[in-house]
Design a protein around this ligand. Structure first.
Ligand SMILES: Nc1ncnc2c1ncn2[C@@H]1O[C@H](COP(=O)(O)OP(=O)(O)OP(=O)(O)O)[C@@H](O)[C@H]1O
Length: 244
């Protein structure tokens, strides 16, 4: 479970997070939906312990990410907004490196790496260096890195950007499978279709705070709209920064 309480964060005059509070339960996919600049990435970076909030609390199970960012990170798999790969490493070496960072060693590490490569259908890529990989191939390596240690929590920042239909489907199938296994999945997006297709719960963020939350159906009912896109526009009062 990931729980965010009253997070605030300012960059100079910009208030990126302004008392953000929400809860992402285990075994559910929670989507942070908001226009450009709403504070989604800042929130995810805070939960992952990459950024210190000015005040508030981000709990991963019982671990406070602001007090103990390293412990928080161990409980989470992260699919970041910009995934840099080590171009000289093969996909397999790259994934093994991340497995080691998460404390897996020897036979346990090798088994975990082989399992994730098979699960994501990457066998043909495994021994190729990542220089020259397509966007979809890069996505698979980044995803494999994020889940190789079988984290109980998975955070994804705009996961389907730049992906073709096949890669998007692989990603969605995997997220649904992980949800069924009880993983707490939190992802940010400003793509309406992605959120409507995947999320059990949607947290609508605008100007660093929660503007509304609920299932896609609840948000539609709340606003008297039949489509999530229209509901969203009604909630935040503009369609700027949102993709269908
Ligand atoms: N390191 C930083 N320095 C200065 N301002 C920042 C920094 N990081 C974020 N901001 C500002 O904080 C606000 C929230 O940014 P954030 O990246 O969290 O939004 P977002 O919802 O992820 O947007 P997008 O959908 O465009 O990625 C924006 O106004 C942004 O310009």
């Amino acid at each position: 479970m990931i729980s965010v309480q009253n997070l605030t964060k300012s960059f100079g005059d910009v208030r990126a997070l302004d008392g953000l509070t929400f809860h992402a339960p285990d075994g559910q996919i929670t989507g942070l939906l908001g226009p450009n600049g709403a504070g989604k990435t800042t929130c995810l970076r805070t939960i992952y312990g990459l950024q210190k909030a000015d005040s508030g609390q981000a709990l991963i199970d019982t671990v406070d990410a602001l007090l103990d960012p390293l412990a928080a990170r161990r409980l989470i798999g992260i699919f970041p907004d910009k995934f840099g790969l080590y171009e000289r490493l093969t996909a397999q070496e790259q994934i093994a490196f991340f497995a080691e960072l998460h404390g897996l060693k020897g036979a346990e590490r090798n088994q975990a790496v082989t399992a994730v490569i098979e699960r994501l259908g990457m066998t043909e890529l495994a021994h190729r260096r990542s220089a020259g990989f397509s966007q979809g191939q890069r996505m698979k390596v980044a995803l494999a890195q994020a889940i190789v240690h079988q984290p109980k929590h998975l955070i994804l920042d705009e996961p389907s950007r730049g992906l073709d239909v096949m890669s998007t489907r692989i990603l969605r199938d995997l997220l649904r499978e992980l949800r069924a296994q009880g993983t707490c999945i939190l992802f940010s997006s400003h793509v309406m279709q992605e959120v409507a297709a995947l999320c059990d719960r949607v947290v609508v963020v605008a100007q660093g705070k929660v503007a509304a939350e609920g299932s896609p159906d609840e948000l539609c009912a709340m606003t008297g709209e039949s489509a999530l896109e229209e509901a969203f526009v009604k909630i935040i009062g503009t369609d700027e920064g949102i993709a269908a």
